[in-house]
Design a protein around this ligand. Structure first.
Ligand code: ZN
Ligand code: ZN
Length: 165
């Protein structure tokens, strides 16, 4: 995800350049989906980079311990300054454009996805979890312990059914 910005650096302040990354790409544990938009704006000092897109991440459901995928928004912005222009006393809250005029948006994409990662760690709202007694995954099977784990409100009904058998 490196881009040569020598052309943009020579352009007047305010010049912008916008493009999309068409293919999926992987950054650590994030699958960045194709269609990620990268916008660059020439600033008085350096380049402002804006990214917008979506990614997929994997998580472990905290109820049933299954792995599942969920979507995250990737949305972030960052100023990049050329290493050649940087003032050594300046705080390093900027990202660098290297001495070949290349900037790398990978770290920005990674950080932006994590900021947006506030998803509850459940594979689905209706996840039935794991039976506390036999450990079976209740999303895909039913176990024999069902009577003990039912909602107490069903007890009366269960009693009725027993009477009929
Ligand atoms: Zn689950
Ligand atoms: Zn069970």
């Amino acid at each position: 995800m490196r881009y040569n910005v020598s052309q943009l650096l020579l352009s007047p302040t305010g010049t912008s350049s916008k493009f999309q990354i068409e293919s999926d790409s992987e950054i650590e544990d994030i699958l960045v989906l194709g269609g990620l938009t990268v916008s660059m704006y020439k600033m008085h000092e350096g380049i402002w980079v804006d990214i917008l897109g979506q990614g997929k991440m994997e998580a472990i459901c905290s109820r049933c311990v299954n792995e599942f995928e969920y979507l995250v928004d990737i949305q972030g912005e960052q100023q990049y300054i050329s290493v050649l222009d940087i003032d050594p006393n300046q705080g390093l809250d900027v990202f660098l454009i290297d001495d070949r005029h290349e900037l790398d948006v990978q770290e920005l994409v990674r950080q932006s996805a994590i900021v947006g990662d506030n998803v509850k760690k459940l594979c689905s709202d209706s996840c039935r979890g794991i039976c506390a007694q036999c450990g079976i995954r209740l999303n895909d099977s039913v176990c024999e312990c069902i009577e003990r784990t039912t909602d107490p409100r069903w007890d009366a009904l269960i009693e009725l059914t027993k009477g009929e058998i």
